[in-house]
Design a protein. Structure first.
Length: 539
């Protein structure tokens, strides 16, 4: 039987969690969980983020079973508050007049209703804690669609039209060009009007982000609102938090510039709760409104989910059979990482998936979407012969907005964008380095008799990539030293020269065993370069 919780204990736990959010600078994590599409209350979002800040989809144990997935053995559940109900008999009331409804004999009519009688603790699990049937992710679909300037512009214009044509809420949105003004747009509380300043907000994404910020003001701080007289900093913080959640939901890069004012909420937890609940409610409504304008596309997405077709397309493109359990090397073009994994089939539902070397489960729908196939490392007992490098399949593309995207084999969408071309080139360099390290890890686990050939190729690639990252054209490193330095550079992506690497290692803690090995590898690197110079002098 569920144990009923005392409300005093619940409020105490919630306040402790909220205090910890502010104290440990984890406020943004709470907004990220709100942006993941959860429909939980503020209290339960606070509970979830305090235990599992990376949660993206949360369900109960039986709910996952109904969806064709199962919770992995040993996973620890996430505590949430679950309401307890009791049945009560109440008199029926006319909702318009407030009068008690009566039957033919004049007696009051009654009905049985469910009434909350308290709370208990329930357990839920994030999708990362489960395995089984692939779950269609509409949020990722919408994010990918809105990477197209055309799709984002269409949504922006349709949203404005839907607001301007709404007779119930007399809010108007229009574009104007105000040269010499620094603002991207504004909301006029007196006229209930939003203006997008096209002299500043020029790209589709800029205009969209200004729109959702000002629209948040219009919903939270209009002249009939109880919040209209709040301090300006409080209102800006609320609008910015709302815009942050909506931007995160749709996959736009964003940041919180009102963190200074948000920090003042920590001094009054009741005020903080109210402010964040208002933010959560407003952002949910905005996302629902925006998604409703894309409902036709979303319906097409759900109808297009066909794992068997994905399987057939991948087999045809790369020339392997899922039944042979091939091992694939994948590029994650969002994070600049490379992983390898083996195609497996679930005994429970017979669906195929890819289990990576980091023991993560990748749905086959993500292959070609989130992950690009670099190589079929091993298939039907044959080791890869035509080994493809990251540098050969990733390219830098200039976007309309003046930014740069890293795309896979000429794709029209990208997981990562940059303000400068040099930054995009550097990203590809570091991804290439990650590929060498990933290939080395694969070979260390492989017992294939021909792996020496691929090992030799990989050592050559590793030296080239270390040289590119460290700006040392003729760099040469012994294999294990190169691997050690490679991992250090992947974890410290800001290092761009041999001198910077040496300076950082010189200041590092000598008591760490891994750091000692890294310093030794760097010393070997120096000797190898010196030997190379001496060899050139002799020639």
């Amino acid at each position: 039987m569920s144990k009923k919780l005392d409300l005093t204990d619940i409020n105490k736990r919630l306040e402790e969690n909220l205090e910890a959010m502010f104290r440990d600078n984890r406020f943004q994590e709470m907004l990220d969980v709100m942006a993941s599409g959860h429909q939980y209350s503020f209290n339960n979002v606070l509970m979830i983020v305090s235990q599992h800040p990376d949660a993206t989809m949360v369900r109960g144990f039986r709910q996952w079973q109904e969806l064709g997935r199962h919770v992995n053995k040993g996973e620890k559940g996430i505590d949430i508050f679950v309401p307890l109900f009791k049945k009560i008999e109440t008199q029926k009331v006319n909702q318009q007049t407030g009068e008690i409804l009566r039957d033919a004999n004049g007696d009051p009519q009654t009905e049985i209703r469910q009434s909350i009688n308290g709370f208990t603790v329930g357990k839920v699990f994030d999708i990362s804690q489960t395995d089984g049937k692939d779950i269609p992710n509409v949020r990722e679909f919408v994010q990918n669609d809105l990477k197209s300037t055309e799709s984002l512009t269409e949504l922006y214009e349709r949203f404005i039209d839907s607001v301007n044509q709404n007779d119930v809420t007399p809010l108007t949105i229009q574009e104007e060009a105000h040269d010499g003004k620094g603002y991207g747009g504004y909301y006029n509380q007196m006229t209930n009007e939003i203006v997008i300043n096209t002299a500043v907000s020029q790209t589709a994404e800029q205009k969209f982000r200004v729109l959702i910020h000002e629209y948040a003001h219009s919903q939270l701080h209009h002249r009939e609102s109880e919040l209209k007289e709040l301090p300006r900093g409080h209102k800006e913080a609320q609008a910015e938090c709302t815009a942050y959640i909506v931007s995160q939901y749709y996959g736009f890069d964003t940041s919180l510039s009102s963190t200074g004012y948000i920090a003042t909420w920590a001094q009054d937890l009741d005020l903080a709760k109210q402010a964040i609940q208002e933010v959560q409610s407003t952002s949910r409504v905005m996302i629902e409104q925006l998604n409703s304008l894309q409902q036709e596309k979303i319906n097409e997405f759900y109808q297009s989910i066909n794992p068997e077709k994905v399987k057939e397309d991948l087999e045809a493109k790369f020339g392997f059979s899922f039944e042979d359990n091939p091992t694939l090397q994948l590029a994650d073009t969002k994070n600049g990482l490379v992983v390898y994994g083996t195609i497996e089939q679930s005994e429970r539902d017979q669906h195929y998936f890819l289990r990576t070397n980091t023991n993560r489960i990748v749905p086959i729908q993500d292959i070609g979407e989130r992950y690009g196939v670099l190589n079929v490392l091993e298939n039907n007992k044959e080791l890869v012969t035509d080994y493809r490098k990251v540098e050969d399949v990733l390219e830098v593309t200039k976007l309309d907005e003046g930014t740069y995207a890293v795309t896979l084999e000429g794709g029209d969408t990208s997981q990562r964008t940059f303000q400068k071309k040099a930054e995009a080139d550097q990203f590809i360099q570091k991804t290439g380095l990650a590929q060498s390290l990933n290939t080395d890890r694969f070979l260390s686990k492989s017992s294939h008799p021909e792996k020496a050939r691929l090992h030799q190729v990989n050592v050559q690639h590793l030296n080239q990539r270390l040289g590119n990252v460290l700006n040392e054209k003729d760099l040469k490193a012994e294999h294990r030293a190169g691997v050690t330095l490679g991992w250090y550079l992947v974890k410290n992506p800001r290092i761009q020269s041999k001198a910077e690497l040496g300076k950082q290692l010189e200041q590092a803690n000598d008591k760490n065993a891994q750091m000692v090995r890294t310093k030794e590898a760097f010393q070997q690197l120096g000797s190898a370069v010196k030997d190379k110079e001496q060899e050139l002098e002799r020639e």
